[in-house]
Design a protein around this ligand. Structure first.
Ligand code: 3NM
Ligand code: MG
Length: 522
């Protein structure tokens, strides 16, 4: 059995000036590479053979298997452990006949059809790519993207075929790659293949050991703040207790809620955040994201009026938040309205892992590629999904985070449990930005959940369950406050409703939550 964890693919043309290829290879092995593929695209057979032979001697010293790209004859000549073929190279079945029994055969796959073919051909492993964009190889197929790898992995269920990811994998995106590349049946990658991150480095040993460290961090802790640690013991009683604890915690600690939001509802969102007792900072510029991420709290990303300069800030802020294990709440406002929004959302969610995704039925339909519900601009049209509980649960599983579907009834899922909430008031839909405010409320309560889970020194883990409670709490706080506001005598319509809503958010009591919450857990 080969250990595919850190799979080095060579690329001599990427070596830094003055770096010797064999020395670089040896250093990479010392850094922890577990399998090596010799990839030579431009040399004659004699030179390829020479390089492969000398590489084999080095790999043998470290007890690391060597795989030859493309060339069955070279693999035979050097007694390599395996051969790796592309879609237009020697077919797997023919290579199998030519090579000694037990030789590993790997094949590059970009889509479901190619995976199916690899299964039929009885390949030993597949290289799934390109996961990210890369300049190391000329790509003639679409980039897979982290969020689509799971579908390909799922096809491998029931087979013994191993899978490595390839293409643009770096230490900076490795955690995201590992975390996102998991099927809904929990099939993960067996390893990652890299070229430039190691080969182009002047210190290949350090480059490899850094990647190894991240691989073992992922194995040990599941990484980003929503490793799918699923609780199945939720009751209405313990959910409400959790929400109430979070509510007090937010008021006591006033956590920072960094919000990159739209210019329609920015002031409403900041006011709602303050009313709940949290501390908003509405910063969008890329240059300050690193500094802001050092402060504990949560990040809210809302694409309501997306412009390119804010987009850069969103990419960076989310990556920083993931690195610091801070919850990220994502609101893909109006994703169905334009191709620009759709592709921006795709890039954002591939780049970082959201902890909570919140949207109305139309937005979540567009996000997940369903056409059961349509949208008009930022609004959802029609009566919604036939089976909304099943729908949110599946989106949560696929996106590996908590999903909130807002509407007359709100559905919140962690991929297993679904909370169904029926609080709220008609007036909420008559002011602008109530959806965006819901995002701020969720982000504020996720910050409280994080403090409860980790303590103020931020040690320990934040689990998906904590974010689930944060999301339920945020929605309850907003919808119950809306009910209370609507009951006030001074509220005559949407104009007077908004200030009353802010008042109610700031005075919301434990009793209000216990007495008014209409919640079911399914
Ligand atoms: N195969 P880097 S992408 C060799 O998609 C190779 O099949 C790919 O290099 C595929 O780690 C790729 O420098 C190059 O991005 C990967
Ligand atoms: Mg090839």
């Amino acid at each position: 059995m080969i250990d595919y964890s850190l799979y080095l693919v060579t690329g001599r043309e990427l070596l830094p000036p003055g770096q010797d290829y064999f020395d670089s290879l040896e250093q990479a092995l010392q850094g922890g590479v577990t399998v090596v593929q010799i990839r030579e695209k431009k040399v004659d057979t004699g030179e390829f053979l020479d390089i492969a032979l000398r590489s084999k001697v080095i790999c043998d010293r470290y007890n690391v298997p060597l795989i030859v790209n493309d060339r069955v004859d070279i693999a035979l000549a050097v007694q390599a452990a395996g051969v790796h073929v592309g879609q237009t190279d020697m077919p797997v079945s023919i290579a199998r006949n030519l090579l000694p029994e037990g030789t590993i055969i790997g094949v590059s796959c970009n889509n479901l059809q190619e995976i199916e073919k690899a299964i039929n051909d009885r390949a030993d492993y597949v290289g799934i790519g390109a996961i990210w964009s890369t300049t190391t190889k000329n790509l003639n197929k679409p980039i897979v993207g982290v969020r689509r790898v799971g579908e390909l992995l799922q096809k491998l269920d029931g087979t013994s075929i191993q899978a490595v990811g390839i293409g643009g994998i770096k230490s900076s995106n490795l955690l995201r790659t590992l975390h996102g590349s998991v099927s809904t049946t929990n099939r993960a990658l067996d390893g990652v293949a890299v070229v430039s991150e190691i080969v182009a480095s002047t210190r290949p040993r350090e480059a490899a050991s850094k990647l190894c460290e991240i691989l073992s961090t992922f194995r040990n802790s599941g990484s980003i703040p929503n490793a799918m640690s699923i609780r199945s013991d939720y009751s209405v009683e313990n959910v409400l207790n959790g929400v109430i604890q979070i509510m007090s915690c937010v008021r006591e600690h006033s956590p920072l809620v960094h919000q990159i939001t739209n210019n329609v509802s920015i002031a409403q969102s900041a006011n709602a955040t303050i009313a709940l007792g949290a501390s908003p900072i509405m910063a969008t510029t890329a240059q300050e994201m690193e500094d802001l991420s050092v402060i504990n709290g949560t990040l809210l990303v809302n694409i309501g009026t997306l412009v390119s300069s804010a987009y850069e800030g969103m990419i960076l802020a989310g990556s920083c938040a993931n690195a610091r294990k801070k919850p990220v709440v994502f609101d893909p406002v109006g994703i169905g309205a334009s191709q620009f929004r759709k592709s921006a959302v795709n890039s954002l969610l591939n780049t970082w892992q959201a902890s909570v995704i919140k949207g109305n039925a139309g937005e979540l339909a567009a996000l997940s590629g369903s056409n059961e519900v349509q949208s008009k601009g930022v609004d959802s049209i029609g009566s919604g999904f036939k089976d909304p509980v099943l729908f949110v649960r599946n989106v949560a599983r696929k996106e590996r985070c908590v999903v909130v579907m807002s509407g007359k009834t709100d559905y919140i899922s962690d991929g297993t449990n679904v909370a169904v909430l029926t609080n709220g008031h008609e007036l909420l839909s008559q002011i602008t930005g109530s959806g965006c405010i819901a995002g701020s409320c969720i982000a504020s309560y996720c910050a409280g959940a994080m403090i409860l889970a980790r303590g103020e020194n931020q040690e320990g883990k934040l689990a998906l369950g904590d974010v689930f409670l944060g999301a339920i709490g945020g929605i309850l706080a907003l919808t119950i406050s809306a009910e209370l506001a609507s009951l006030r005598e001074d509220v005559k319509g949407p104009g007077t409703f908004f200030p009353a809503l802010i008042d109610e958010l700031s005075t919301l009591s434990t009793r209000n939550i216990r007495e008014r919450a209409r919640i079911q857990i399914q």
